[in-house]
Ligand binder design. Structure first.
Ligand code: HEM
Ligand SMILES: *[C@@H]1O[C@H](CO)[C@@H](O)[C@H](O)[C@H]1NC(C)=O
Ligand SMILES: *[C@@H]1O[C@H](CO)[C@@H](O)[C@H](O)[C@H]1NC(C)=O
Ligand SMILES: *[C@@H]1O[C@H](CO)[C@@H](O)[C@H](O)[C@H]1NC(C)=O
Ligand SMILES: CC(=O)N[C@H]1CO[C@H](CO)[C@@H](O)[C@@H]1O
Length: 324
């Protein structure tokens, strides 16, 4: 009787096991430990080689990870090149994405050491983590085991707009299963990097009916931006966190709280109780007590879980720019 019960339990569990099979088994911190033990070291060395002498690449690589994960999940679809220029990387928000060569170089080294094992999606997740550390940000353990997608479409590259208001931004993040806290924390990535004047000019020259700037902006900041961005200039770049553009810190939140957020989407973080409270809390806690580094690490891991391909889904690309 007892044995029969155990047997039926086993049968039941195996039936349930099949019927509730998780389509995407979760990622694993030690995924490459036996398959390619030097994988993380190789990526770290290559990232250092590139970002060490050119710190501005760190911002580019961090943004690349966001753009890849937010569109079709973290499947390296952003890295695919299309002969017809209709892949994700050809979409307007990607025109200013830089740093593809870092991921390609790391992947090349990995293929020499353990061919066919490490996905481009994982390389990108590791490169983004290592790049953040190199500019003074936190380090975190990256869950691994993503596989690479085979599809990349320009028309799917829908990313949150710099002109979006807070309700839209919140919806964009929660639609992906991310939280409002993830929104404010990950927006903190704008503590580093640059933008083009084209995305800013409307806000400083022609926002109100009579051609004034966005009243949500600090007038002296508008004045500084006008020095750099002339009315029909779309290509000159401006720092997103002036004065602290190369260092990963909480100065972006200080800028936002002083109405010096560069985009409407940055300033918008003041228009919601939860996001504005996060910002004032981090600033009140100050450098050493701030939880921003820890929060950022956690949100980056959550971003890295978006719609990942695992198991038999997708493939391990041989080169990141093309499907096998
Ligand atoms: C919340 C919604 C967001 C919006 C609307 C937004 C928008 C933008 C825009 C318009 C630019 C400038 C691009 C250009 O000049 O062409 C930019 C740059 C950047 N973004 Fe975001 N972003 C968002 C969230 C994020 C997130 C979540 C991350 C990373 C975790 C991120 C990281 C960056 C970085 C590092 C740069 C600088 C890139 C460089 O220097 O090359 N952004 N973002
Ligand atoms: C990374 O670089 C260091 C210093 O050059 C070297 O000692 C180490 O073996 C490298 N690690 C890997 C995994 O290639
Ligand atoms: C963000 O939300 C707006 C409003 O619902 C929508 O039009 C837009 O496509 C969304 N963008 C993303 C990246 O989800
Ligand atoms: C400002 O916007 C208005 C309405 O869109 C447009 O007619 C005008 O040409 C713009 N002015 C400048 C200086 O861009
Ligand atoms: C870095 C990169 O691949 N940029 C591409 C973005 O899309 C334009 C337009 O298709 C390409 O010309 C760029 O090479």
């Amino acid at each position: 009787m007892a044995i029969k019960n155990i047997l039926s339990l086993v049968v039941l569990v195996s039936i349930l096991g099949v019927s509730v099979a998780i389509p995407y088994p979760s990622l694993d911190l030690n995924y490459y430990r036996s398959k390619c033990p030097d994988a993380e070291g190789i990526v770290r060395n290559v990232t250092l080689e590139h970002v060490g002498p050119q710190k501005s690449l760190a911002a580019a690589l961090l943004r690349m990870y966001f753009h890849d994960c937010f569109v079709r999940g973290c499947d390296a679809s952003l890295l695919l090149k299309s002969p017809n220029n209709d892949a994700e990387r050809d979409a307007i928000p990607n025109l200013s994405v830089r740093g593809y060569e870092v991921v390609d170089a790391a992947k090349k080294k990995l293929e020499e050491e353990c061919p066919g094992i490490v996905s481009c999606a994982d390389v990108l997740a590791l490169v983004a983590r290592d790049a953040v550390l190199l500019i003074g940000g936190p380090w975190w353990s990256v869950p691994l085991g993503r596989r690479d997608g085979r599809i990349s479409r320009k028309d799917e590259a829908n990313l949150p707009s710099p002109f979006a208001d807070i309700a839209t931004l919140k919806k964009n993040f929660t639609d992906k299963g991310l939280s409002v806290k993830d929104l404010v924390v990950l927006s903190g990535a704008h503590t580093i990097g640059i933008s083009t004047c084209g995305l800013v000019n409307l806000r400083i020259y022609n926002f109100t009916a009579n051609g004034g700037p966005d009243p949500a902006m600090n007038p002296s900041y508008v004045g500084e931006l006008k020095q750099r961005c002339k009315p029909n200039d779309f290509t000159t770049t401006v720092d997103m966190d002036p004065g602290s553009v190369a260092k990963f810190d909480t100065d972006y939140f200080k800028a936002v709280s002083q109405k010096k957020g560069l985009f409407i989407s940055d300033s918008a973080l003041l228009n919601d109780l939860q996001t504005s409270l996060y910002i004032t809390t981090q600033l009140a806690l100050g450098g050493r007590l701030s939880t921003f580094n820890q929060d950022f690490a956690e949100s980056m891991v959550r971003l890295g879980n978006l719609d990942v391909l695992t198991g038999n889904n997708g493939e391990i690309r041989a080169t990141c720019a093309s499907v096998n």
